[in-house]
Design a protein around this ligand. Structure first.
Ligand code: ATP
Length: 219
């Protein structure tokens, strides 16, 4: 592989790992994909040029693949926690400087951090939380950025349709900022004081979780 510094090692080609690897390739980032299943590696071989069969719990196998030369790696093994922990520890032993690991629960995540993961992702847990917000509220999309600060897609509050944002005092009243507005059949543009909200608009709103939640219920 040409530039290992800029490439990413993806260990595990399950649903998460394969989506990740394909998206990285789509974004012109080279990927070394490793999976212990020859069937899976074969299945992805036409889409992922550097896909190899290896057991990531075996330090020797990773050394032979030059994994220590890569700066970034993702452990996308979930169900087999022992394998995910061992693979993460092996990457740490090889001094990979940016290790991401997928955890199935918080406890698993804590162990992954202990053995050397720099970033732990909990896809099922995070998605469950996100869907809870979407199901229980009026939001069309929702992303928590950390420390309770969120960005969400929502509809305009009924009482403010037809008014210019600068005149509504929305930020003072609700503690949220309208970042962008997409009119029906239009595209997103940044919102400013002159933006007039219309029925059918979609808004991108940011602010503390409880405030964005409250704002979205005004629609
Ligand atoms: P997903 O939800 O993303 O489908 P999952 O959480 O069910 O994945 P697993 O099926 O446990 O995760 O693992 C994902 C992939 O990791 C599988 O394709 C499996 O073959 C591979 N894998 C498991 N153990 C190892 C290992 N020791 N070395 C390399 N690959 C492994």
């Amino acid at each position: 592989m040409a530039n290992k510094e800029e490439s990413v090692v993806v260990i595990g080609l399950g649903r998460f790992g394969s989506s990740l690897a394909l998206e990285l390739l789509r974004r012109d980032t080279q990927v070394l994909a490793i999976d212990s299943s020859p069937k899976l590696v074969q299945a992805y071989s036409s889409q992922i040029p550097h896909a190899v069969v290896a057991d990531a719990t075996d330090p020797e196998a990773l050394t032979q693949l030059d994994v220590g030369m890569f700066r970034r790696a993702v452990v996308a093994i979930g169900t087999d926690q022992e394998a995910s922990i061992l693979a993460t520890a092996n990457l740490a032993d090889l001094d990979v400087s940016d290790i991401w690991a997928k955890a199935t629960n918080r406890q698993h995540g804590r162990i992954l951090q202990r053995v050397g993961a720099h970033h732990v992702v909990l896809p099922e847990h995070d998605m469950g939380e996100r869907v809870a917000h979407l199901v229980s509220g009026e939001m069309l999309d929702y992303l928590e950025l950390g420390d309770g600060f969120v960005i969400a897609k929502t509809r305009p509050p009924r009482d403010y349709v037809g008014a210019a944002l600068g005149e509504t005092g929305l930020r003072a009243q609700y503690g949220v900022t309208i970042v962008a507005v997409k009119p029906q059949n239009g595209t997103f543009t940044y919102a400013d004081r002159e933006t007039i909200l219309q029925y059918g608009d979609i808004l991108v709103v940011s602010g503390p979780e409880d405030k964005v939640e409250r704002f979205s219920r005004l629609a």
